[in-house]
Design a protein around this ligand. Structure first.
Ligand SMILES: NC(=O)c1ccc[n+]([C@@H]2O[C@H](COP(=O)([O-])OP(=O)(O)OC[C@H]3O[C@@H](n4cnc5c(N)ncnc54)[C@H](O)[C@@H]3O)[C@@H](O)[C@H]2O)c1
Length: 253
């Protein structure tokens, strides 16, 4: 018996990093996973890895900034599998690491569009579908510790992740009585392509500085976020909604 047997779960940003690791864990726990991303080759690789492991997954090209793209994958999935039990809204980008005076306005817009409007598009379409289902549903989005505290040099990323936390709490309140739970995970530093882009593969100086903020003194593996997300997406967390849960090696504490 898996935590997520018989469940159909949509994962955005599942081509790499946290999304890929989470998709693999969800499948190991018995779910059928629909991966939605813009990196097609990597998305197909995630599907292959899952199939090699005996799981069921499929990939769809979906840009989360495009409402119609998101609506289509939600509707197609529900039509084929009769329901969407869960969603992991995880697609995100990092944006430039500069202070506000140097922050380009177009980058501000781009990061908000993917990280916040993207999650808005997903949640809106998912709620619309879940309200039609007998058993409601379960939504988890990826925020960040940058959604819980300030982080100099990342204005748009930080604002977008605070936005995801606010959106999560608000929608959780709106549908708590309708059988739909809405939560967020807030990762600290996780070993993914995004972290490598921010630090440079070999740049131990930036990594050492980052580790200075982490009581556990290590960077996490993506699967450590995946395990938390799988639990939030399962019935084991049945009394939790509106929570922004840090998974951060003690940073926020
Ligand atoms: N790595 C970290 O340390 C860390 C910490 C806190 C939060 N996060 C968050 O975790 C999530 C996953 O990041 P990651 O570290 O795995 O990075 P990643 O770059 O490996 O993965 C991000 C995924 O999102 C996809 N994506 C980007 N724009 C998209 C769009 N418009 N539509 C659909 N898919 C899109 C990318 O193609 C990629 O597969 C992000 O929301 C990120 O902000 C990461």
């Amino acid at each position: 018996m898996g935590l997520l047997d018989e469940k159909t779960i949509l994962v955005t940003g599942g081509s790499t990093g946290i999304g890929r690791a989470t998709a693999q864990i969800l499948c190991r726990e018995g779910a059928r996973v629909i991966i939605a991303d813009v990196q097609d080759k990597e998305g197909q690789e995630t599907v292959s890895l899952i199939k090699e492991d005996g799981g069921i997954a499929e990939y769809h090209h979906v840009d989360v900034t495009q409402y119609q793209d998101v609506r289509r994958v939600v509707q197609d999935t529900a039509a084929r599998y009769t329901k969407i039990d869960g969603a992991f809204n995880n697609a995100g980008i990092e944006g430039p690491a500069v202070k506000i005076l140097d922050y380009p306005a177009d980058e501000w817009e781009r990061v908000l569009r993917v990280n916040l409007t993207g999650v808005f598009n997903c949640i809106k379409c998912q709620i619309e579908q879940m309200l039609e289902q007998e058993k409601g549903g379960n939504i988890v989005s990826t925020a960040s510790v940058a959604g819980l505290t300030g982080f100099a040099g990342s204005a748009s990323y930080n604002a977008s992740k605070h936005g995801v936390v606010g959106l999560t709490k608000t929608v959780a309140l709106e549908y708590a009585s309708r059988g739909i739970r809405v939560n967020a995970v807030c990762p600290g530093f996780i070993e993914t392509p995004m972290l490598n882009r921010l630090t440079g593969d070999e740049n131990n100086k930036i990594r050492d500085k980052m580790l200075g903020r982490v009581p556990m003194k290590r960077i996490a593996q993506p699967s450590e976020i995946g395990e938390a997300a799988a639990w939030l997406l399962s019935d084991k967390s049945s009394y939790m909604t509106g929570v922004a849960m840090p998974v951060d090696g003690g940073w926020i504490a």
